[in-house]
Design a protein around this ligand. Structure first.
Ligand code: SF4
Ligand code: SF4
Length: 441
């Protein structure tokens, strides 16, 4: 396979390989909304006592995927809008749901125990219909975007369960092929995974250069010429969640997230139940005004200030310093502490280092100067500035003609742009509009 483009953004604040002990919360605040989900059908009442794994709400638009109680507790619906608060929390973090039998239909089991909502279709980023199956499932084991959770940590104690989980998912999805993405570099995880692949005819490993975003499942699907409508993806933790659900009726209600970035006091990982108060995690960051991003620094989304607890989709909290003042004459500063793709700052004379990244853009958005950087880094082989121009001029059919559908939304074009043009936002909006129009017919 021949990879083009890509670029490793070097930033200070990567999470250490360890899991910090987290402060026990007084309450969990489960958001009824997230990027993809809207749990609008409440299944509980104010004051009701619930058990771990009990369904609290459902998303009627997304095949009724449930929001589950992460612990035993009492429901409070009056603390915050669009949240279910769980108080009087009690113990059974390690217990297993006392739901009776697992469904014969294993896909319904994944739905019931909170795993199905982690399946994503590559063509539109949406949750797939549980009545359907993919031809392939592409799973990135390691993630290259700064500051996502570390794969070796996630699988240190659970590689066997991960491999069993892959087998279980393969059977559950009617023998779908599974492709794993691994880096070419050394890792203790690789030998057991290679062994598992050699012993099966449905598991294939692809080793890719350790450059962002060559770990992206949509990129591998494009290179293998798989039909994106028939390819799904999910992450490493969801595979472990699926194994727990299928093997032990275990509800999937706890995630290991990275809490990192240049402004995190001690960048590391935390294993927290869903709904864990964001304020307790922010408390560990510095006092400076922060921008909190759910996800990695290139593709994550700024957390809504109304959101009180961790939602299921969030795998990382990234803290950046919020620059409230303009950087005057930023372009004229030597920039010994700044990294850039253009290598125009004085920092090129220093040994390799990681930048203390902030939200500053180093100047306002300007017209494109046709430097070609966005085209150089684009792993999908398309021309971001051209697509941007078509979308900006309300010509989506031309944007698709020159490859908008190939964009994997890695955000590199926005990062390297000398003119500070936010390509990613417009590309995502263009694709979203096309998807909505397709659904509406
Ligand atoms: S156009 Fe899409 S795939 Fe290419 S660099 Fe930009 S976000 Fe990444
Ligand atoms: S990186 Fe920015 S300035 Fe350079 S060609 Fe692309 S859009 Fe234009």
């Amino acid at each position: 396979m021949k990879f083009n483009g890509g670029y490793n953004v070097m930033l200070e604040g990567a999470p250490s390989i360890g899991i910090a002990t987290y402060e026990k919360p007084d309450a969990l605040h489960l958001p009824l909304f997230s990027d993809c989900l809207d749990f609008s059908l409440l299944q509980v009442e104010h004051g009701e006592s619930v058990k771990k794994g009990q369904v609290l709400a459902k998303d009627p638009v997304n095949y009724s995927v449930p929001l589950l109680a992460p612990m035993d507790g009492t429901i409070n619906l009056e603390i915050a809008e669009r949240h279910i608060t769980l108080e009087n929390l009690s113990s059974p973090e390690e217990s297993v749901s006392d739901e009776a039998d697992v469904d014969d239909d294993k896909r319904q089991t994944l739905l019931r125990f909170g795993v199905w909502s982690f399946m994503t279709k590559l063509d539109n980023g949406r949750i797939p219909d549980p009545e359907t199956v993919p031809e392939s499932l592409v799973i990135p084991v390691f993630r290259f975007e700064p500051f996502l959770p570390n794969a070796e940590l996630l699988l240190k104690e659970s590689l066997d369960q991960f491999i069993e989980g892959l087998g279980n998912i393969h059977k559950t999805l009617d023998d779908a092929a599974i492709q794993l993405i691994l880096p070419e570099t050394e890792s203790a995880l690789k030998a057991p995974l290679h062994q598992a692949a050699e012993q099966s005819d449905w598991l294939t490993l692809y080793e890719v250069p350790e450059t962002y975003p060559f770990d992206h499942p949509a990129l591998l699907a494009q290179m293998l010429e798989l039909d994106p409508e028939k390819v799904w993806t999910l992450d490493v933790q969801a595979v472990l969640g699926a194994q727990g659900a299928l093997d032990s009726n275990r509800p999937y209600v706890k995630r290991t997230i990275s809490v990192s970035g240049p402004m995190a006091a001690q960048p590391t990982h935390h294993q927290v139940p869903l709904g864990y108060p964001i304020s307790l995690l922010v408390g560990q960051a510095s006092n400076t005004e922060l921008r909190i991003i759910c996800g990695g620094v290139l593709t994550g989304k700024v957390i809504d200030s109304a959101q009180l607890g961790m939602d299921a989709e969030c795998v990382a909290l990234t803290f950046l310093e919020e620059m409230t003042e303009r950087e005057v004459m930023a372009f004229a500063q030597a920039g010994f502490g700044k990294q850039s793709y253009s290598r125009t700052f004085a920092s090129v004379f220093k040994p390799l280092f990681k930048e203390k990244f902030t939200t500053a853009l180093r100047g306002e958005s300007r017209p494109c100067i046709f430097c070609g950087f966005c085209e150089n880094v684009c792993p999908a082989g398309i021309i971001p500035h051209l697509i941007h121009r078509y979308l900006d001029n309300d010509r989506p059919e031309d944007a698709y003609r020159v490859g908008l559908d190939k964009c994997i939304e890695c955000g590199l074009c926005s990062y390297v742009c000398l003119s500070k043009i936010n390509h990613l936002e417009l590309l995502q909006a263009g694709k979203e509009q096309a998807a909505t129009e397709a659904i509406e017919g």
